[in-house]
Design a protein around this ligand. Sequence first.
Ligand code: SAM
Length: 312
Amino acid sequence: MGKGSKDKRDLYYRKAKELGYRARSAFKLLQLNEEFHFLDDLERVVDLCAAPGSWSQVLSRIMFEESKNPENNDNKKIIAVDLQPMSPIDNVTTLQADITHPRTLARILELFGNEKADFVCSDGAPDVTGLHDLDEYVQQQLIMSALQLTTCILKPQGTFVAKIFRGRDIDMLYSQLGYLFDRVVCAKPRSSRGTSLEAFIVCLGYNPPANWEPELDMNKSVEEFFQGCYKSVSKLTIEDKLIEWHDEERSVAPFMSCGGLNSIDSDATYHIEPSNDPQQTRQSLDPIQSPTNPPYKKALELKRSGKLNRGV
Ligand code: SAM
């Protein structure tokens, strides 16, 4: 699909470029916030799995450029973490790190001067192998890593928002979140394609059990980490099989669609009218931010220097 046809087929893709966002995902966070208003009055924020950075751009715009209390801007901090390098974003500190490694937690806390965060979000997605069960498992592990890190850096009553894929075992995750937050909602923004299993958990009011102290340790399993958080939590971890389950332990998070019925439908194709007025003619726009270190970079460099040898 060419650049121009993608502009017509996916208006969020086009709109992102028009508004200066690096990815169309920006609208997912904006539409979630329209519904839940979790981005009001934030000071310390962590954006996990942040590259190329459109969520961080939204956070920076709302917390700094559109701030209702700019006199407080000096106390605000946004940290964006990703395995990939990220081009700089105003008011955002970028960390190239793995969210599954405990050292990343230490680096975030150091940057926050050991203060806790008001808001943590994660739009993480691992590389897809095409093996459905394996992909689902790796995605669940990434969510669990984001949740574990969040429990160590989120302050009481803080908010956690994360991308999930509504697979077979997702109600176990809802149950687990129910022990940690006052309210858990599964939300689907209009900008997230209806045909995809993608959705977002919006977890409001961080409120872990009083006697539970989360501690990140590479040698601890997910079960061990949540041990003591709730007496039956070990039964609720993603790796466990359903045999361990009793029906009354299952929980279903309320499902909410957000973004308004008059917002653009991400599954629809829109026709961009041609116009005789050159000012009105819709041109295909260039990307806001070129990839920093794409896997094909080396091949391009070799090709340009005439050193790319193809085997026959
Ligand atoms: N929210 C981003 C935005 O708006 O630009 C898009 C995030 S993209 C869908 C998913 C990201 O997850 C990728 O950049 C990938 O590198 C990152 N990721 C996957 N596993 C990770 C890990 N273990 N640690 C840090 N980042 C990870």
